[in-house]
Design a protein. Structure first.
Length: 322
């Protein structure tokens, strides 16, 4: 018997020992390839790394985040300072990069370039803030409705249907009209108040599918509590569709903020916003289109980058599209 134990111990030690110096590397690689398979998120990250669209959109969004966080690195001009001697007389000077007159001046003599740089912060804050709020609210309600079902599912579903019947922009206008000052957090509240319904429905459907899986049944049979099943088994496997919808919707929220500001119902002075500049530039679009082109171009580029990122994430998380 001791000889048998010694033999088993030696075999285990040999299996765990690193390969010899003279051994080919293919053996070690083959051992790793037979190890633990990648999870859904690991497989998605492996797929994302090989998508040029993901890297292009990520680099662009990273640049926009840096601009929003540190606008002083890109211009030293106060975007609120106006010089009426400039007015529309100074056209864009594309040869003087990162200078106040690079994009020209608006009708009040303010640097369009400086306003485009500082306007990035409001748009990014609104987009990220609304996305975080609707994901938290809609995800929580959808998870509760999908997992527990019954009367709780009926109540949440009927409330969701009521909010779905309200036109998004029209409802946001009504909510914003109730506030005398429309700061960034007010716009975030107005858009999140009406935008959580899509996330709720997506999460509910994902949770209903996930809770019927064998691993959830096994966890329940082993005595796992409701909280553990929800946050350790159901939620990680139901988050993928929600993340895709939230990523794509983020660009839509930025566009919605610009639309409301353009209509005079969103952000207002002294807050700097692309929507405000687009509204002011549209008044003299025939003679001075540059005042409209640059903020509108930055808005379109930002929304396009988030949509590209959302499409890349969707393709990576959906096995049917691979």
């Amino acid at each position: 018997m001791p000889d048998v134990i010694k033999t088993k111990t030696d075999a285990t030690t040999d299996a765990l020992a690193p390969p010899a110096a003279g051994a080919p590397e293919s053996a070690a690689d083959g051992h790793k390839s037979q190890g633990k398979p990648r999870s859904l998120w690991g497989d998605a990250w492996y797929d994302l790394r090989h998508r040029p669209m993901f890297w292009i959109s990520s680099i662009l969004l990273l640049f926009l985040i840096v601009v929003a966080a540190f606008p002083g690195l890109f211009t030293s001009v106060d975007p609120r300072d106006g010089d009426l001697t400039n007015h529309f007389l100074t056209k864009p000077e594309l040869g003087s990069f990162f200078q106040p007159d690079w994009f020209g001046y608006d009708g009040q003599g303010r640097s369009i370039y400086a306003r485009v740089v500082y306007g990035t912060r409001a748009s990014i804050l609104v987009g990220v803030g609304v996305t975080a709020a609707v994901t938290l609210i809609g995800g929580l309600l959808g998870m509760l409705a999908g997992y527990f079902g019954g009367w709780l599912d009926s109540i949440i579903s009927r409330i969701t249907d009521i909010f779905f019947g309200i036109p998004f922009l029209l409802g946001a206008m009504v909510v914003l009209n109730a506030f005398t000052e429309r700061k960034v957090y007010v716009v975030i509240f107005a858009l999140a108040f009406l935008g959580w319904t899509s996330i709720c429905r997506v999460m509910r459907s994902s949770v209903i599918t996930a809770k019927q899986a064998d691993y959830v049944t096994a966890a329940r049979a082993l005595g796992a509590g409701t909280r553990r099943i929800l946050f350790r088994h159901v939620l990680p496997n139901a988050m993928a569709p929600t993340i895709v919808v939230a990523t794509i919707a983020l660009g839509g929220y930025i566009s919605a903020e610009a639309t409301l500001s353009f209509l005079g119902l969103g952000l207002a002075d002294p807050t700097i916003s692309w929507g405000i500049d687009i509204a002011q530039g549209s008044k003299d679009i025939r003679d001075n289109p540059h005042a409209l082109f640059f903020p509108a171009g930055m808005l379109s580029l930002t929304v396009f980058a988030f949509i590209m990122l959302g499409d890349a994430v969707r393709d990576a998380l959906d096995p049917k599209l691979r």
